[in-house]
Design a protein around this ligand. Structure first.
Ligand SMILES: [Zn+2]
Length: 137
């Protein structure tokens, strides 16, 4: 099991983003052409191709990010766990960081009370006499 995302998946991820951008440009080109008044020459297939590329790009990006099992294309929970391990690992790191930032002196400050042998009242750690009945602790 590796904690790092394989190079091939990184490549897929960035390729997916690239394809998505190309898709957007193709898709938006329709509107640009409409604004410039050349709409009549526009082939609607280019817009359609743009949408296909956006969907395909997102698909590739998702597979790159989470792997085939991790993105749900292959139904394999064990493999999925391995695929998204870099993320769960990172998430664990985030939790560790949060815990680290909590003031440890605050957490460790325990409240110790002394129970009076006579009446059972809980008194502060440093008190000599019971605050309720006055008995020596
Ligand atoms: Zn007492």
């Amino acid at each position: 099991m590796s904690d790092k995302i394989p190079q091939s998946r990184k490549f897929l991820y960035y390729a997916g983003i690239f394809i998505t951008i190309i898709g957007f440009i193709l898709f938006l080109s329709r509107f640009i052409i409409v604004f410039t008044g050349n709409a009549f020459n526009f082939n609607p297939m280019i817009s359609f191709l743009g949408i296909i590329l956006i969907i395909f790009g997102q698909f590739i990006r998702s597979v790159g990010a989470k792997g085939l099992a991790g993105s749900g294309i292959i139904l394999n929970p064990e493999k999925a766990r391995e695929d998204i391990k870099p993320y769960s690992k990172a998430m664990g790191g985030v939790i560790d960081d949060v815990l680290e930032n909590i003031d440890k002196s605050e957490v460790k400050k325990e409240i110790i009370k002394i129970k009076c042998r006579s009446c059972g009242t809980l008194n502060d750690e440093d008190s000599t006499y019971c605050k309720s009945c006055g008995e020596k602790l």
